[in-house]
Design a protein around this ligand. Structure first.
Ligand SMILES: Nc1ncnc2c1ncn2[C@@H]1O[C@H](COP(=O)(O)OP(=O)(O)O)[C@@H](O)[C@H]1O
Ligand SMILES: [Mg+2]
Length: 434
């Protein structure tokens, strides 16, 4: 739906203005400051947007006649406000009456109040775009997921750092055995050796006593010549016994328990080192576990980010180069505050256009930010989009479709003409090639 014709009388700074805007592209309302340019846009917003757009001082202060607004849409719908109470009257081409509800169905609120969109936060702008392209809930879900993975990774990362620091601080004894040493085992070994040594002692004592007996017997031989034979036999026997009881020097060698004793003394010290080494190994394993988890989470975050990118890449965006990154609107790689005023205007218009495709027009105040080339480019873009834009600009140059002076359109004749002095007729209609 577009605007075919506007008639505005006695609204704010306007005395009488009639405009027939171009169907497509830019219709620029020019004029010097405070001549009534913005009043035209305010009047349109009031006519189509409803009483919430009624200016606080709607009636022209210099006139006793109440405001009168008439907007004729391109399908023949007529919207009027007139009379003491500026009552709304909506009449469709068949003569049927309608009301604000009918207007609301094709008037996009942001199209008559573009500053509301332009002044919204980056997040709000991005959300509006996401709503239009229909990926808002999916993206929100992915962003929520990314956020919670990020939080989790942050926590895990800190824990991994702490654990690694703790593990590094633990002492390490390279000379300690891998397993704790058992004292009872050493004591048992010691007991066994002591037992074997006792046996050896016994053998020694027995052997010694045999030798003693031999000596005694020899004494007896001496003293008992008479029993020499018997004693010799006895001696022979004893000699046999002596042989039988003979042990090798190796068998008789006494074993030392010194080392074991030292080990038993050392055992506490050793085991302290062993436990410390085991603790360190455990701490390192613990830290590695957290570091691995951190890496896994990093991969998960990357994955979610890729999903986000591909979700947006596959979406039907209203303008090439327009996208959303980290909840911010991005145009040709730039964030909102990095876009030129002209780019901001194009981005806003393209988004607002998609919000309600039935609304074929948009009101743009203060187009001064665009130089003539940019303006031409913007006008061409609007035409190509089939969009009607009614804009104001502080200028009286050729780019202006009409120029407003003192609440009148310069050169306009008939009922909308300023009575005194008669202006030269330069034509008010749109279509100056923009
Ligand atoms: N109801 C009104 N009656 C008369 N003048 C008004 C009224 N409301 C605003 N103005 C005056 O209109 C001027 C601004 O009009 P505006 O349409 O914003 O001008 P422009 O956009 O051309 O600079 C200001 O000087 C303001 O004081
Ligand atoms: Mg203005």
């Amino acid at each position: 739906m577009k605007i075919n014709r506007l008639e505005i009388e006695n609204v704010k700074r306007i005395h009488a203005v009639m405009i027939e805007p171009s169907k497509d592209g830019l219709t620029i309302i020019g004029g010097k400051n405070r001549q009534g340019k913005s009043s035209v846009l305010d009047a349109i917003a009031w006519a189509l947007g409803g009483n919430k757009y009624k200016p606080s001082q709607a009636a022209n202060a210099d006139s006793t006649i109440p405001p009168r607004l008439k907007v004729i849409m391109d399908n023949g719908l007529v919207v009027e406000r007139k009379g003491k109470n500026s009552d709304l009257k909506v009449t469709d081409p068949e003569g049927q009456k309608g009301g604000q509800q009918l207007l609301d169905s094709f008037v996009e609120e942001l199209a008559i109040n573009l500053p509301k969109f332009m002044e919204a936060s980056g997040k709000e702008k991005a959300n509006t775009l996401l709503q239009i392209i229909g990926v808002g809930p999916q993206l929100a879900e992915l962003e929520q997921k990314e956020k919670s993975l990020y939080q989790e990774r942050l926590y895990i990362g800190r824990t991994a750092d702490q654990k690694e620091k703790f593990a590094a601080e633990q002492p390490y004894y390279p000379d300690a055995p891998e397993e704790p040493v058992s004292a009872s085992e050493l004591i048992r070994e010691q007991q066994e050796i002591l037992a074997r040594n006792g046996q050896r002692q016994q053998w020694r004592r027995e052997h010694d006593s045999i030798l003693e007996k031999i000596m005694k017997t020899e004494d007896e031989i001496e003293s008992h010549e008479a029993s020499i034979r018997a004693l010799k036999a006895r001696l022979g026997e004893l000699d046999e016994q002596r042989k039988a009881s003979e042990k090798t020097p190796a068998e008789l060698k006494m074993e030392s328990t010194d080392e074991l004793e030292r080990s038993i003394d050392n055992i506490e010290l050793i085991n302290r080192k062993v436990r410390a080494n085991l603790d360190k190994a455990k701490a390192e394993e613990d830290a590695k576990h957290y570091r691995d988890q951190y890496t896994e989470l990093t991969n998960a975050i990357e994955d979610v980010r890729k999903q986000k990118t591909s979700l947006l890449d596959s979406a039907d965006l209203p303008l090439p180069g327009l996208s959303v990154k980290d909840g911010e609107l991005i145009y040709n790689g730039q964030q909102w505050d990095n876009m030129s005023s002209a780019e901001q205007m194009i981005v806003s218009t393209s988004i607002v256009r998609k919000l309600n495709p039935k609304c074929g027009f948009v009101l743009l105040d203060k187009l001064e930010a665009m130089d003539l080339d940019t303006l031409k480019e913007f006008g061409a873009w609007l035409e190509q989009e089939g969009l009607q834009a009614i804009a104001t600009r502080v200028s009286t140059g050729d780019e202006c479709s009409i120029v407003i002076t003192d609440g009148y359109v310069e050169g306009q004749d008939g009922v909308f003409a300023k009575e005194e002095p008669a202006p030269k007729a330069t034509g008010w209609s749109a279509g100056m090639g923009f």
